[in-house]
Design a protein around this ligand. Structure first.
Ligand code: FE2
Ligand code: FE2
Length: 290
């Protein structure tokens, strides 16, 4: 492949695959992956809520589809989990809250699922394509003269009856922020085009109405300002995210945030990022023919 002029990235989010019986969605996904191959994208990014069930068996369905298309490769695809990948809301509400109100227990359950996610999606979610798959990670890829760095963090917080009733509020952990601030990170991405990946939306648009305000609260990115500062420090031009099912492009200070919408609800639409060798970039949402 020649990268003389540009590098192209396809972005999907919020697939919410609901098991093997979700045939319609799965055939659309297969079609979309084939479309990406036909159009010759250099890389595919998926920003969480890959499945709807937080069940590792369902992650395998996605893995198998990526393998079939030759996309299950460190160089070809990168993905991160969303709240629906790591939290089974029904399970939390029905069983764990009543039996065990301990917060540490809930956090450990999210961490355990995150480890399983790492096991299944290694090598897509590791810095070097090998062992130690997990979030956060930094992937520095070279496409001819262009170096592209993906800085991926986990923003999924455990469910909490009072504080996170839908499991949809999120934050980036203090340890992750510290890891991002390490001099080795700045050194590794120096001279690179930096793109942040997270699941939660920096901005959730409400109308200001009371119902909307309540809804916004349940899915907010709690420490989004800390995250924004960390991304700015790393010189990130862009952040790709999902969670709030709308296709959007907006800015916060010097960083452009791109919401990849939801493949579940708009399965003909995806984001296309084009980066020139000079670091100039452009983005558009593409609609594919039925
Ligand atoms: Fe979602
Ligand atoms: Fe989400």
């Amino acid at each position: 492949m020649s990268f003389d002029k540009k590098v192209t990235v396809a972005h999907l989010s919020d697939l919410h695959i609901a098991g093997r019986s979700d045939r319609h969605q799965l055939s659309r996904l297969e079609f979309m992956f084939e479309e990406f191959i036909r159009r010759g994208y250099d890389h595919l990014v998926m920003t969480g809520d890959l499945i709807d069930t937080a069940s590792p068996d369902d992650w395998l369905i996605l893995k198998e589809a990526l393998v079939r298309q030759g996309l299950f490769d460190w160089n070809r695809a990168t993905l991160i989990p969303g709240n629906h990948d790591l939290i089974d809301l029904e399970e939390e509400m029905r069983f764990y809250n009543a039996l065990n109100p301990d917060d540490g227990f809930r956090r450990r359950r999210v961490e355990e699922r995150l480890r399983e996610f790492g096991d299944i999606f290694r090598p897509l979610i590791s810095g070097n394509g090998g062992t130690g798959a997990g979030l956060p990670f930094l992937k520095v890829m070279r496409f001819g003269a262009l170096s592209l760095s993906l800085v991926a963090v986990n923003t999924i917080d455990p469910w909490s009856g009072s504080d996170n009733p839908l499991g949809a509020r999120g934050s980036v952990s203090r340890q992750t922020l510290q890891a991002l601030a390490a001099p080795e990170v700045a050194e590794a991405i120096s001279g690179s085009f930096v793109v942040g990946l997270c699941h939660h939306a920096y901005k959730v648009y409400g109308t200001g109405g009371l119902v909307d305000q309540a809804f916004d609260w349940t899915m907010e990115f709690r420490n989004r300002e800390d995250y924004l500062r960390a991304m700015q420090k790393l010189g990130a031009s862009l952040v790709l995210h999902g969670h709030f099912h709308r296709f959007q492009v907006y800015r916060a200070d010097a960083v452009t945030f791109i919401n990849g919408g939801s493949f579940r609800y708009f399965p003909r639409r995806y984001g296309e990022l084009t980066i020139g060798m000079d670091g100039q970039w452009s983005h558009r949402f593409v609609n594919v023919a039925p």
